[in-house]
Design a protein around this ligand. Structure first.
Ligand code: ADP
Ligand code: MG
Length: 452
């Protein structure tokens, strides 16, 4: 045991070696190589992992394997404990301890999700103003005209993220602040329970003692008259005493239906900022960040492919990354192009294939090869024409997975063996002939399939 303490890296290395023999290479690569053994305390290996998702994933999928590997490597009863490596930024800031113990559930303070920070919020023209206003509110709560601050916009665009980031930064600035952070649903439930238990005074006191009140998704108050009434009074008490209020909503307050007009007019006395869907560059940046957070390295072309197809919702972008990790691990396969296409297809409801058609492919091939479309689908055996036809067939199969007989039918009623021969020919040429390789790459790129 003392030996383990002395050289924990070597000691864990022996366990790792055992795991390598038992688990598939991609699992070792994705889940075990990123682990950094940092100590041995209370008879446990202390193992650092990059993030909470990683921690939960490895615990739920590989716990038995790890226990078994330790048992087989050491005769004593030895345990292990994962720690999430703190954000790089925090490390630099504190300079003292690099890690902190985390429970299996995300660590929360006042219900604030510590994962939601300004540092990991990617800014683009779609959300820049919302982020700046939010940061300003965390640095000067209640001091400006931004009270209430209302962050509004569609689903999955970062409203909750910003609201928690406000709470997290405000607390970092001042540990003593009483931050009450709640969803409208919880607020309503709390209120109803206080009515039931005759504790409305405690309810009111609880909320009115807040220095910063954060309420998520206030559209949930729609049509709930008595809750709105309570909220109105809470709002007034806090507002009058200069406490900061931050709300999120699905719509601009002026367009909200089912909320009392006196509430809406209060909302309009503050600042409303919107979050919009991210543009292409912002989507790429978000994907890079999320892949990094999840310890996943993806080719740029893969990232670009995902960003081209998943457009409206940041949660979906994140979901795609997590789904990729999950699938590759569950199915024991590497993250390859096929898997990426499959996952993206699932998420956009199979629309990928619909965006390109055989006609489209032929049109592009015609543009690039200068062979007429009619000739490509015709009978001529002239060399350039036959080649353009073969390239088109190849791309139909490769991008859309069209069946050999359908391809044959479209290209002048040819037999499936002719199509097979075309695919083979192009495959060979692609690796031996730089011109062919370049042509195929550029057609794919134009069709939005650069990475396949
Ligand atoms: P909303 O509350 O608007 O429905 P969330 O704040 O829950 O959306 O965001 C959904 C997910 O997308 C969260 O995991 C959040 O961290 C992430 N997200 C949203 N916008 C951004 C952004 N600009 N940068 C990084 N992550 C983001
Ligand atoms: Mg939300």
């Amino acid at each position: 045991m003392d030996n383990i303490k002395k050289d924990v890296v070597a000691a864990w290395g022996r366990v790792h070696l055992y795991l390598e023999k038992k688990l598939p290479g991609h699992a070792i690569h994705a889940w075990f190589e990123p682990i950094v053994p940092t100590g041995f305390r209370n008879n446990s290996f202390v193992l650092e992992v990059p993030n909470q998702f990683f921690l939960e994933w490895i615990e739920s999928h590989y716990r038995d394997d790890i226990i078994m590997a330790i048992e087989k490597t050491y005769s004593e009863k030895i345990e292990y404990k994962f720690l999430v490596t703190k954000e790089k930024k925090e490390k630099a800031d504190s300079g003292i301890s690099k890690t902190s113990f985390v429970e299996t559930k995300p660590k929360r303070f006042n219900n604030l999700n510590l994962k939601y920070t300004f540092e990991n919020f990617i800014v683009g023209s779609n959300n820049e103003f919302a982020k700046t206003a939010s940061e300003s509110v965390s640095n000067h709560p209640g001091e400006q005209n931004f009270n209430p601050l209302i962050i509004y916009g569609g689903v999955g665009l970062g409203k909750t993220h910003l609201m928690h980031a406000i709470g997290n930064l405000a607390l970092k600035n001042n540990r003593d602040l009483n931050i009450v952070n709640i969803t409208s649903e919880q607020f309503t439930l709390d209120f109803v329970n206080s009515l039931r238990k005759n504790k409305t005074i405690e309810f009111a006191q609880n909320y009115r003692s807040a220095d910063i009140l954060l309420i998520d998704d206030i559209q949930f108050f729609r049509g709930k008259e008595q809750t709105q009434e309570q909220f109105f009074h809470t709002f007034n008490v806090l507002h009058q005493s200069g406490k900061q209020i931050v709300l999120t909503a699905d719509k601009f307050p002026g367009e909200m239906k089912g909320l009392q007009s006196r509430l809406l007019s209060r909302f309009q006395s503050g600042l409303s900022v919107d979050v919009q869907p991210p543009n292409f560059e912002v989507r790429v940046a978000i994907l890079l960040e999320k892949a990094d957070q999840n310890g996943l390295s993806l080719d740029y072309s893969t990232i670009e492919f995902i960003a081209r197809h998943i457009k409206n919702n940041v949660r979906e972008l994140e979901g795609t990354i997590i789904r990729l990790l999950a699938k590759s691990s569950l199915l024991n396969v590497e993250i390859n192009n096929r898997l990426v296409t499959e996952v993206v297809k699932e998420r956009v409801g199979g629309r990928i294939g619909n965006e390109v058609s055989i006609e489209n492919i032929v049109k592009k091939v015609s543009e690039i090869s200068h062979v007429k479309e009619d000739d490509i689908v015709g009978k001529s055996r002239k060399m350039e024409i036959a080649e353009a036809r073969q390239v088109s067939m190849y791309l139909c199969r490769n991008i859309m997975g069209t069946s050999l007989s359908n391809i044959g039918m479209f290209f002048g009623g040819r037999d499936h063996t002719t199509v097979m021969h075309a695919l083979k020919t192009i495959n060979v040429k692609k690796s031996s002939d730089a011109r062919m390789n370049k042509m195929i790459t550029s057609i794919r790129k134009e069709l939005g399939f650069s990475f396949l």
